[in-house]
Every structure is written in C-alpha cells, then in structure tokens.
Write a protein that binds this ligand. Structure first.
Ligand code: PLP
Length: 414
C-alpha cells in the first residue's frame, strides 16, 4: 500500500484552486469543521446582510419592503440563484417552507399526477422524514400502499410495476454517503410509468446535479447543509416545466394562488412552480440564504466535486494508514465516484469517540447505532485539515481518551 506523507498533503493544498474560498466563512480558529453535511458554516457577509434586512428593510421600510426590498419575489429570486447549481433551467425552482413540508407537497403532487395508481415507493433505510412523510401521505387513504426499497433485499426491479405512482429516493444516502445514478434510476422509474422525486439534501451544492438533463419530475432539498443557508433555512422544490399547469398539491395556501391579491374565494393554482408555495415566508431566514448563495456565485461545481473526491479519498486512506488497529469499519463506498461528500466510519464506541473528537476541535456527528459521519466541504476544508483530523483521531484512540465518562453522556442532538 502506498503511504501518504504530510508533504504529499501540503502539495495538494498548494495546487488547490478553491483554497482561498475559506476566507469567505466565519470559522473559529483551529476548528476542523467536518459537519457541513449537517449544518454549513456562516458566510462572513451574512451579519451585514441581516443587519440591513432588519434595520433598513423591516425597521425603516416596514410593509413597503414586500415590494421595495423584493420580499414578495424572494422565493422565486432564490430559486433563480439555485437553478444553475441544480442543472435546472429558469422558472422551475422555488424556495419555501421546510424540506419535510416540501416532500409532503411533492409526494402528493406526484400522486395526483398518477391518480389511477396506488403505490408509493421509498427506501427502508432512507432519512426518517422521507419515511414518516410518505406514511403521513397515506393517512385516510386506505387505497394507498407503500413499498420499501431495500426491505428484505428488495431492489428497484422488485418494487416497480404498473401500480407505482411515485418513487421518492435520496440522491446521496444520509448515512453511508452512497451516491446513486440519477439518470439511470429516473429512466427506470419513468419506464414503469411512475413519477420520480429526488431528495437532494446531501447533494445540492456539492455534487454537480443535472435535473433537466436527467428528465427528473420533481425534486426537493434543504439549504442548510452544503448551501450554508443557516439553521433551519428554507428548502427548495423543483418541478419540471412539462408538469407546470398540472401541479396540485394539498397545502393550497394563498401564496400559491394564481392571483393572490384578488382574494378570490376558491383556490386556483398558479400555473408555474409557484403552485408549490403555501403561505407567508420567514423572510429574514431567506435573506440569510440569499447572502449564502451569493458566496457560491462563480464557484465551479466541477472543481468542488474534484476536491470533494480527493478529500474523502484522502480521509479514508489516512484512516487505513494511521488507525488500522483501532477497530474502525468503513461504511461508505470505496469508489469516490459512488460517494457524495461524506465518509462514514463504524465503531462500537462511536458516540464516545465522536464526543472526544469534538472536544479536540474535530467536529463530525454520530448516527445510531455506531456511525461516525464526517462531511468534507471543499469550500472551507483543506487537505491539511484532513491530515490533522486523522492525527487527532489516532491520538484519541491510542491514549484511550474517549473512555473518559463525560464522552458517553448523550445530548439531544447527536
Ligand atoms: C435526506 C434528508 N431529507 C430530509 C431531511 C430534513 O428535513 P427537514 O429540513 O425538514 O428537517 C434531511 C435532514 O438531514 C435529510 O438528510
């Protein structure tokens, strides 16, 4: 096996075209932040933008800011900023509400487009909200059933047939980091006559995505991970233009009405992507997201992807090289082309090890039952960070620091 030296790692940083982007983020000195797959850091431009939104737009402009500061149009304006990152042509993306709420809208919209069919497909090991929301979508509709990919080994072939209305899948698995083939899976699902909905929470902003080219029907994703929109920042929805005019989603609030200021008695959906809007949006949160998306302006996602693959490859190789005797298992695909931007390790003492790492300034997270997740965001993580993170991991294992009782105390958020 080839070994990797500290000099090799420094050479990778010296050749990194994205190295200077770290300066755009507020990151505490010495912290190695490997949790951008959960919550991205704050861009340095955000406090001033927020101060302006609060003091000028709300403080001075008051209600006139709905027009004058572009608040009313913000969901669509943010959709325009996101479009290029998602491979989505104009007018197909809108920002509003939470990811969970948008999954609900998308699943129901898909079901409405295939009303003669009665089956929802999602993944047994998917992010729980995808499971819970599809369960909720079936409530009060005894004609609907659900099939779970991966349950008892079921593959896509096994669950697809002429009864399937919608298929909801994650582009990148939230635990293993596995990246799925969007084009091939979408083709297979549509060949069975179903509507394809992608959950892009773990790929938007980090993996080049081609929603239009893959002929995707509907997609949703969050903005607080690799898009750095801030805690609980609003989610986005994509609907292919060919479906516009036919979208019916059940949260038929006034913002999705074709003429909201006519105050009509009956709901009449806006013909385009705005049909996914529901009611008034948290504008201050959207202003932070807007500033965060500006940081991505001009950033080449192909370069981001290339560095992301290098960082995750390097981390895996260094864990093998430095920590081979410490009982870690690899839970992520070894082939970088089949991986998003996170690496998951398994260890039976994973929770305590992660808490010990965090106390030493290496922040990742833990997922039940034994998964240590490390996210690598190329905009602010260097190869040297990866080197240092593995050196600290090795030290924690060799000194058995993780055995200190305080590291086994569970917090609400892991
Ligand atoms: C794949 C996936 N879908 C959805 C969500 C979250 O939904 P929400 O933004 O509503 O909390 C997450 C959160 O981590 C996720 O990983």
């Amino acid at each position: 096996m080839n070994t990797t030296s500290h000099d090799d790692v420094r050479a990778l940083d010296a050749a990194d075209p994205l190295a200077t982007l770290r300066e755009r983020f507020e990151l505490p000195d010495g912290l190695i932040y490997l949790d951008g797959n959960s919550l991205g850091p704050m861009a340095k431009s955000i406090p001033a933008e927020m101060a302006r939104a609060v003091s000028e737009e709300w403080g001075q402009g008051l209600i006139s800011s709905w027009n004058d500061a572009g608040w009313w149009e913000l969901p669509m304006a943010l959709g325009r900023k996101l479009g290029p990152l998602l491979g989505a042509g104009g007018g197909q993306v809108v920002v509003s509400d939470s990811t969970s709420v948008n999954i609900y809208k998308a699943v129901q919209a898909g079901l409405a487009m295939r009303s003669e069919r009665s089956v929802i497909v999602t993944e047994a090991g998917g992010f729980p909200t995808d499971l819970y929301i599809t369960e909720g979508a079936m409530q009060g509709r005894p004609n609907l059933t659900r099939r779970l990919l991966g349950e008892n080994g079921a593959a896509l072939d096994d669950v697809l047939d002429g009864d399937v209305a919608v298929v909801l899948l994650s582009h990148v698995d939230y635990r293993t980091g596995e990246l799925f083939d969007m084009a091939a899976i979408t083709r297979q699902v549509q060949a069975a006559g179903a509507i394809m909905i992608w959950d892009l929470c773990h790929s938007a902003g980090i993996v080049p995505v081609a929603l239009d080219d893959c002929n995707v029907d509907l997609a949703i994703g969050c903005t607080y991970k690799y898009l750095n929109g801030g805690p609980g920042s609003q989610s986005w929805v994509y609907a292919a233009a060919r479906h516009h005019g036919k979208i019916r989603q059940p949260l038929s609030g006034w913002w999705g009405h074709a003429a909201p200021f006519e105050f009509e008695q009956a709901y009449r959906p806006e013909p385009g992507i705005k049909a996914f809007l529901c009611g008034s949006q948290a504008i201050l949160g959207m202003r932070a997201l807007s500033a965060a998306l500006d940081v991505m302006d001009g950033v080449d996602l192909a370069q981001v992807r290339a560095k992301s693959m290098q960082l995750t490859d390097l981390f895996m190789a260094l864990v093998d090289q430095e920590c081979a005797s410490h009982g870690f298992g690899h839970f992520s695909p070894r082939d970088a082309a089949k991986r998003g931007s996170q690496v998951a390790l398994t260890h039976e003492d994973g929770y305590a090890i992660m808490q010990a790492l965090i106390s030493r300034g290496v922040v990742g997270d833990f997922r039940m039952p034994n998964i240590l997740r490390f996210g690598f965001a190329p905009l602010y993580i260097s190869h040297e960070d990866v080197w240092n993170a593995v050196a600290i991991l090795k030290d924690i294992m060799e000194t058995e620091m993780w055995r200190e009782p305080k590291f086994s105390v569970c917090s609400a958020v892991t």
